[in-house]
Write a protein that binds this ligand. Structure first.
Ligand code: FES
Length: 79
């Protein structure tokens, strides 16, 4: 797991991660996800509402939308 996290953090230097901080996403796990990314050393951009609120939390990785995003899936996308 440590190796995976290290590879992920290295990959995150080359990928742009955005986390929606709109009200719906923030309430449905976006804020917690952002905190977990930060704790993992992964920087992210704060996004305004992406108009995908029913699928919150919403994350973009290099412009690709991840719906109902979970930390493990986001980390997989960074590898
Ligand atoms: S609040 Fe995140 S998509 Fe609307």
């Amino acid at each position: 797991m440590v190796l995976t996290m290290r590879a992920t953090m290295d990959a995150s230097k080359f990928k742009q991660v955005g986390v929606c901080h709109g009200p719906r996403c923030a309430d449905y796990g976006g804020r917690a996800l952002a905190d977990e990314l930060m704790a993992s050393g992964i920087s992210y951009e704060i996004l305004e509402c992406q108009s995908l609120c029913p699928h919150s939390p919403v994350v973009r990785i290099d412009g690709i939308v991840k719906l109902k995003a979970k930390l493990d899936k986001v980390l997989e996308s960074l590898i």
